[in-house]
Design a protein around this ligand. Structure first.
Ligand code: NAP
Length: 269
């Protein structure tokens, strides 16, 4: 092959446009989900936004409609752990979306297994595992029928490494990873992409939720570290989604430079 052709191939623009697609985002009321809503809107995507806090969703929807009046933005104030939620979304046609951002999730507590609270376990498992599996499965069914679609799931570095005092959160994210690896295999013929993103420390409401509203403990997590922000993660997801359809970014591990793994962090004094 000629050098000229090789150069031309290398320089060919690759990113595709998402304009006109519809994205269904769970956990859109804060953090990574909210940042993605804003970035996908900027890319020209219509949005279905899901979270429990209706006031936050309404405010987000108003702000985005002001910025991008041509977009269709629907809000669903729903708890993903409720049994009826997937049916409500299905009846509303929300699973007809081209893109699912399966993001709603949380950590509760930071304690040894023998000292941790069973209600924290069940909240993490019902949100990060049961609800996330159900939503991906429903979206995958609709996408398989249409032979197209992208499922993006918020995994974590905790899906790759288990850390002390975070057993159940780590177990939940390991489960998310295993489930979506299998889903990718099962949908190879369907034209669906299953993309995981595994962030390290992202400064969102995540730690505030983990420590039940204790601001001091939450702030200490990010002290002395230039953490990721939600927009950093959103940008990586956009990169994966904008790849040509023959490319699947299976799992993007993204961490602050100062974070070696979940428990080894270099902090500025
Ligand atoms: P966040 O700011 O706390 O956002 C979590 C979102 O999930 C909120 O919009 C919350 O909305 C929603 N949510 C939680 N439970 C829900 C439920 N039962 N029903 C509906 N929505 C629910 O945290 P984040 O950092 O953006 O986290 C997003 C995802 O990234 C999670 O899956 C998390 O595990 C993952 N992640 C985060 C980090 C990090 O360091 N921040 C690192 C790795 C992975 P409502 O409260 O309004 O319902």
């Amino acid at each position: 092959m000629s050098v000229e052709k090789l150069i031309n191939d290398a320089l060919r623009p690759r990113c595709t446009s998402l304009r006109g697609q519809t994205a269904l985002i769970t956990g859109a009321s804060s953090g990574i989900g909210l940042a993605l809503a804003a970035r996908l809107a900027q890319e020209g995507c219509h949005l279905h936004l899901i979270a429990r806090r209706q006031d936050r969703l309404s405010q987000l929807s108003i702000e985005l409609k002001n910025l991008f009046p041509e977009l269709n933005i629907r809000t669903f104030p729903l708890d993903v752990t409720r049994e009826e939620t997937a049916d409500v979304l299905e009846s509303a046609g929300a699973f007809e979306a081209d893109i699912l951002i399966n993001n709603a999730g949380l950590a509760k507590g930071l304690a040894k297994i023998i000292e941790s609270d069973a209600s924290d376990w069940s909240e993490m498992l019902s949100t990060n595992v049961n609800a996330a599996f159900t939503i991906s499965a429903r979206a995958a069914r609709a996408m398989s029928a249409r032979k197209s679609g992208d499922i993006v799931v918020l995994s974590s570095v905790a899906a790759h490494h288990s850390y002390e005092n975070g057993a159940v959160y780590c177990a939940s994210k390991h489960a998310v990873r295993a489930f979506h690896e299998a889903l990718r295999l099962e949908t190879l013929e369907s034209g669906i992409r299953v993309i995981m993103i595994s962030p390290g420390m992202v400064e969102t409401e995540f730690s505030l939720v983990r420590f039940s509203g204790d601001n001091q403990r939450a702030n200490a997590v990010y002290q002395g570290v230039e953490s990721l922000d939600a927009g950093d993660v959103a940008e990586s997801i956009l990169f994966a989604l904008r790849q040509p359809r023959h490319i699947n970014l299976d799992d993007i591990i993204i961490k602050p430079r100062q974070q070696g793994n979940p428990w080894r962090v270099f902090r500025n004094s």
